[in-house]
Ligand binder design. Structure first.
Ligand SMILES: [Zn+2]
Ligand SMILES: [Zn+2]
Length: 180
């Protein structure tokens, strides 16, 4: 969307709040990470303020998403959020070497959609977990260990807590001595 910022460019207002939504599926927008589906438009809230010497833009953007837990494959419904802070300059008044710090206004308007979406796509967690301590699924029988338990680990007999191993060694020694 083109955001008309002429009120603040012309000095009519010192502060211009704005909020709008970006259709994240539209055209050539940056894509979310693999396995993540966006379930809402991108919501943008920001303010442009005139400090006297320059224009500052700050905004936050967030979007709802759906994904699968990396460990147990349960559905996750989450919200990713990011914030951005840049200077605003008019086309022709910002030198190339400073361009990265600026949003450039063309004909009194800013087009933030791509930059905002790009920044937001970096805000997804690198590991998708339904909860921090997700126990995943049993590799043997496939039950979801968050909801059910199984005795596969016991059967396998190799998941003895290391803290108990020393104690079990002592018990065995005891038994051996009793036999003598
Ligand atoms: Zn999980
Ligand atoms: Zn199992």
């Amino acid at each position: 969307m083109k955001l008309d910022i002429t009120p603040v460019l012309s000095g009519k207002v010192r502060k211009m709040p704005f909020s709008y939504e970006i259709d994240a599926d539209g055209g050539d927008m940056p894509l979310p990470p693999d396995g993540v589906a966006l379930t809402s438009p991108i919501r943008v809230n920001g303010t442009i303020s005139d400090s006297g010497s320059c224009l500052h833009l700050v905004l936050t953007a967030n979007v709802d998403y759906k994904a699968e837990c990396d460990r147990c494959a349960d559905e996750i419904n989450g919200n990713a959020e990011t914030s951005l802070e840049r200077l605003v300059g008019e086309e022709g008044f910002v030198s190339d070497e400073n361009a990265d710090d600026y949003f450039i206004a063309v004909d009194g308007a800013l087009d933030l959609d791509f930059d905002v979406a790009e920044e937001l796509m970096l805000a997804f967690p690198s590991r998708m977990l339904c909860r921090e301590d997700c126990r995943g699924v049993c590799p043997d029988c496939g039950v979801n260990l968050n909801r059910e338990s199984c005795d596969c680990a016991e059967k396998r007999g190799r998941e003895v807590d290391p803290r108990w191993q020393g104690l079990m060694g002592l018990l065995e020694q005891d038994n051996d001595e009793n036999k003598k």
